[in-house]
Write a new protein. Structure first.
Length: 114
């Protein structure tokens, strides 16, 4: 399974951006798809996750601002990010979990300026 993330960039605080992650195969056998982020000097943290049945969960820091969704016809998972804050600045990585493995994309960088 290969994952490729797109959509990062530079945005002003209060702005919006959408990240996309294309997965190289159908979601059959993939239990969860998610977005994580890692800022310099910080540990990698879960931002949002969507299960194969569409159940979502979010980090408290992004609830109400970020929305994760999946388009199974395109094998793509999205992260819509609104009301961005400087503390959202990080490398965002997409993730796919099967029953026995974790797969990671290469990451896309988001910088939010104040």
């Amino acid at each position: 399974v290969q994952l490729q993330a797109f959509g990062g960039g530079l945005v002003q605080a209060g702005g919006s951006l959408r990240l996309s992650c294309v997965i190289s195969r159908s979601i059959f056998g993939i239990n969860n798809r998610g977005w994580y982020r890692q800022a310099p000097g910080n540990q990698r943290e879960l931002v949002a996750r969507i299960t194969n049945t569409g159940v979502t969960n979010y980090a408290d820091s992004v609830k109400g601002r970020f929305t994760i969704s999946g388009d199974n016809t395109k094998n793509t998972v999205y992260l819509q990010m609104n009301s961005l804050k400087p503390e959202d600045t990080a490398v965002y990585l997409c993730n796919a979990q099967t029953i026995d493995r974790n797969y990671w994309g290469q990451g896309t960088e988001l910088t939010v300026s104040s």
